[in-house]
Write a protein that binds this ligand. Sequence first.
Ligand code: PLP
Length: 395
Amino acid sequence: MNGLPPLCWVETDCAALEHNAKVLIRESRRSGRTPRTCVMVKGNAYGHGRVLAARAFVRAGVDWLGVADVFEAIALREAGVEAPLYNVVLTPPEHVAAAVATDLRMVTADVASIAAAGAAARAQGRPARLHLKLETGTHRQGVGEAELLALAARCLDEEGVVLEGIASHYADIEDTTDHAFATAQRTAFDHGVAALRSLLAARDRDPSALIAHTSNSAALLLWPDHGADLVRFGIAAYGLWPSKETFLSAQQLGRRPIALRPSLCWKTRVAQVKDVPVGADVGYGRTFRTLRPTRLGVLPMGYADGYDRGLSSRGQVLVGGRRAPVVGRVAMNLTTVDLTDAGPVQRGDEVVVLGRQGEEAITAESMAAALGTIHYEVTTRIAERLPRIAVETGG
Ligand SMILES: *Cc1c(COP(=O)(O)O)cnc(C)c1O
């Protein structure tokens, strides 16, 4: 950023990311097994900054990094990240050659992609590593067991293709304390894995080389001994529980408490302080009118930065360790807050939009509740244009 101080930025606590990843790796090994771990850095590492997060996770000992398309994979490779990469979203055939060139592992569920992977592998003289996606109840990307076995046979016949894994994904594990559906998915997955291992054995391949994986953060926290051969976790690595329900269920199941550390702090600075009289309209649409002589603070941040317009007259920020409410509409690049009760505040003072300041905190969960969404979306939608700064707060 040409040396100029940013108007609005994200500080990511890399020590916290490392801590979380280590805790989760330990959790995945509770049963005495040592599954591989794949931490998700898709969505700009859930808003935390893809490259610094990737580096912190690699330092923590995570084996693979998960992305959602070939563009994210290329960005990591260009930044010098060498760890194995896995694409959780089906790669369209027209991206397959670029994925092979990036050594990006792909999940697949159709013949066209397998053929494209084989062609790219042969042309480039490097393997195309594929994982087949089994449908177990999410009805998005997978195929049923019979079709999966047919695709597996196709992979084995396709020169250059390495059939590396089998995957599925839980549909309903975070939003509930009733895990009957997730348990049924797990059973269907285990069945599919066994069928695929038999097919591999029948074709003189080593069935134990196959990497089976379906656990996400919630599954790891609830069923730590069910990580199969690889565990894919995202939200928990960023220090956030997948949901209140997962937290409760883990307690009900008697899981050891584990300490996750939130790792993101979104900041800006007061751009302007002004005193206005009673009856002053604030912002577009005049949706807020002062009821008392009011000290307003103008923040150089708005929905272009990912600060949701739904926080108009609902959100809060922290200034000088105290809460200041958003007043009026959030605009594209400006947000106004009420500083009347915030103590002495000056232009240039640091503002915490999300995260901790002194004794106070604005959590991703509370912002999500105000917006009627989930904390995953809150952090992921912080605009990519904001600089991500690595910090180590320790503790
Ligand atoms: C994002 C994602 C995960 C991680 O989910 P969390 O709830 O963040 O742990 C795991 N698997 C797949 C396929 C995903 O897309």
